[in-house]
Write a protein that binds this ligand. Structure first.
Ligand SMILES: Cc1cc2nc3c(=O)[nH]c(=O)nc-3n(C[C@H](O)[C@H](O)[C@H](O)COP(=O)(O)O)c2cc1C
Ligand SMILES: [Mn+2]
Length: 483
């Protein structure tokens, strides 16, 4: 049964002993971060701060901060189940014969059930404020000591493509400048930024309408961070994830829709051309990201539920909550990647690599240069373009076992021959690239080298003892008095 809203998710976490209510007063400036950081690093629960200093609105943090919580959020026993559902769904695309087509009908009916559903009113409008309102009402965190201010860190930012009218929802942080203005940190490669650019390219002088929802059912919240193709509606994806349409309601002052069960909605606009200094911010990388100029979000109305819950997260030295959200993406998107690259067996993006700094991929190698083909394909695949270092190994390597990867990959490379550098777009958060958003990437071909690749020496096999000897020694071991 799909969660209707954030509250139901909170109750589910609590019932499964995955959430701790904190009844004492804790300051949203730095102190909540320190609680959340300690909790995620020690395998602790999600936290619901009931008395953030100076506020009546409780703060929810770390609700997605473990694989178990990701499973509860997506209502599965393992996130691989989501991957399997997507795979089955995509597989149905090419049914053969009449039987195949008949089999497809229930799937199609299921597909229809994912589309968001418009409703005329919703709990997110229980309280409507157009005049007397302030962002200060919400316990917005100052996450880290050198942060440029307080940041809304887990928003669902809605905008429309001015050319196609299609909706996008992305999670882009908002730095609070004052009671009614924030930064709009959509990075240049993201869809919100694309909508903004297109508006400007069309010479639009009117304001770009934006709506921000904070806190909703977990599948809807999660869909905002998914690296979906442009113009694929995140709300449809959320409907798929929860197997129930997301109910959407029209905003009060802008021509956009938001999840009807959201806890908090900020409505407003971005003025074309208006930029303001944003940052610094203690970021996903574990370092402060540099200040930069970003558009400004003017809030013109706020609606929220009665007794809203403010959902947030912190990012910083890994692993943090974002690692678990990212790990689930790795698992869920593998079948999608394999649709285009069936030779891919598995991928791993370790916590230390902050998603895209390190992508290890195991392939079934079939031809000379295959590893390099896979690198280039990944660099051409949506947000995987940010992969700073791609290590390609043969399928006998368990990419989830970093010790095995390091051992085998380091043995298998002749660095000058097997490392390839390319130039291209890099993540906006990369502080080492020579220019913002543009720099080099590295691919390491750590597969076994073939004759067809000009490698003429013999390639040694890995050392392993035959099974019979192992079994015999199992017996002898005890006889020898060893444990
Ligand atoms: C906690 C968290 C915070 C994020 N903050 C930002 C951000 O400030 N700016 C940004 O461009 N992407 C941010 N992201 C990543 C985007 O949400 C992600 O790339 C998403 O796929 C973008 O969606 P889009 O392709 O619809 O633009 C954040 C992700 C997470 C998990
Ligand atoms: Mn999108």
């Amino acid at each position: 049964m799909a969660y209707d809203d954030l509250r139901e998710f909170v109750r589910a976490l609590e019932k499964k002993n995955e959430l701790k209510r904190v009844a004492i007063e804790v300051n949203p400036a730095l102190e909540i971060t320190e609680f959340a950081d300690r909790s995620v690093k020690s395998g602790g629960p999600a936290l619901l701060f009931e008395k953030p200093t100076g506020h009546d609105v409780p703060v929810l943090i770390n609700a997605f901060a473990s694989m178990r919580r990701m499973e509860i959020a997506l209502e599965v026993d393992s996130v691989e189940q989501v991957a399997r559902r997507i795979y089955e769904f995509l597989e149905m695309r090419m049914p053969e014969g009449i039987i195949g087509k008949l089999k497809m009908l229930p799937k199609l009916a299921e597909a229809g059930a994912f589309f968001p559903k418009m409703v005329s009113d919703g709990p997110c409008k229980e309280i409507r404020r157009r005049e007397k309102f302030s962002l200060d009402y919400f316990p917005i965190l100052k996450c880290w000591p050198e942060d440029g201010g307080r940041f809304i860190t887990l928003p669902m930012v809605f905008s429309k493509n001015p050319d196609t009218g299609k909706r996008n929802c992305g999670c882009y942080r908002l730095q609070v400048y004052d009671e009614r203005t924030t930064g709009m940190h959509w990075q240049t490669h993201k869809q919100g930024a694309e909508h903004y650019r297109r508006m400007r390219a069309r010479g639009e002088t009117k304001r770009m309408e934006v709506a921000v929802a904070i806190g909703a059912d977990p599948a809807t919240m999660y869909s905002a961070i998914l690296p979906l193709p442009p113009d694929l509606d995140e709300m449809m994806m959320a409907g798929f994830l929860r197997s129930k349409p997301v109910e959407m309601v029209k905003c009060e002052t802008v021509d956009l829709e938001v999840p009807a069960h959201a806890e908090i909605v900020l409505e407003g606009y971005v003025e074309p051309g208006e930029l303001r200094r944003e940052g610094p911010f203690g970021d996903h990388t574990g370092f402060y990201s540099l200040e930069d100029d970003y558009p400004v979000f003017h809030v013109q109305a706020i609606t929220h539920r009665k007794n809203p819950i403010y959902a947030t997260t912190i990012v910083g030295p890994p692993p943090m909550e974002d690692f678990y959200m990212g790990k689930a993406i790795e698992r869920i998107f593998l079948p999608l990647m394999r649709l285009q690259l069936p030779e891919v067996r598995d991928i791993c993006m370790p916590a230390e690599g902050i998603f895209h700094n390190l992508l290890i991929v195991a392939i079934r190698k079939s031809y000379a240069g295959h590893a390099r083909k896979v690198m280039h394909a990944i660099w051409g695949l949506g947000q995987a373009m940010f992969s700073k270092c791609i290590v390609v190994v043969d399928e006998d390597v368990d990419v989830q076992n970093l010790s095995e990867v390091a051992w085998k990959a380091l043995n298998h490379i002749d660095p000058e021959r097997d490392i390839q550098f390319v130039m291209g777009p890099v993540d906006s958060l990369d502080h080492s690239s020579r220019l913002p958003d543009y720099g080099s990437k590295m691919g390491i071909d750590a597969t076994k080298k073939w004759k067809q690749e000009g490698f003429l020496r013999p390639w040694p096999g890995v050392i392993a003892m035959p099974k019979e000897v192992k079994q015999r020694v199992d017996e002898l071991w005890r006889k020898a008095g060893l444990k």
